[in-house]
Design a protein around this ligand. Sequence first.
Ligand SMILES: [Zn+2]
Length: 232
Amino acid sequence: MKRAVVVFSGGQDSTTCLIQALKNYDDVHCVTFDYGQRHRAEIQVAQRLSKNLGASAHKTLDVTLLNELAISSLTRDNIPVPDFSESEKSAIPSTFVPGRNILFLTLAAIYAYQVQAEAVITGVCETDFSGYPDCRNDFVKALNTAVSAGLARDIRFETPLMWLDKAETWALADYYEHLETIRQDTLTCYNGIQGDGCGECAACHLRANGLERYQDNKSAIMQSMKQKVGLA
Ligand SMILES: [Zn+2]
């Protein structure tokens, strides 16, 4: 029995990871984190999606302490979410939640240990979100080494989207015939609006721009995606 744990927010990236995990593993568990995020609507979206797509378990963990410690426009109502052009100006945008992926991956690994899963899957991506240091490959590899040493068990951190751009992530969902699921049923928007979102924030901009690029050049992007993820 091959078992995996998906760090699952109900957004485009983690939903695409879940769809792929359900093809590659016999048993898939989702873990969602409640840290009082601005876009908390994603928690209900995540619960609905994991059930509809066929995950065998879904755990929502209360990590309110992250909200207390990490000051960000996603954890404080009085810090506005920057629009796309503003967030381009700063090296690390105000939507960065310090420690988020350190905590999420560590907690997901502890959960994986309990349920005897061999892998923790996360939708982090260096290509489009290099402004977030905890989305980079070097960070994930380093934490994987530390966590496996600390648990005395090899739990593999998988990052299937790490080298894909957003158009290729749309192609991956399309490959599994779930493009419309991603388009209509997921929530990526920092302002908590499902589907096409607010259209103003950086997350909406990336998502819409990626879809447009994919639709303009489907076969070439499908091909490059397949090569990158080993489906070719
Ligand atoms: Zn938005």
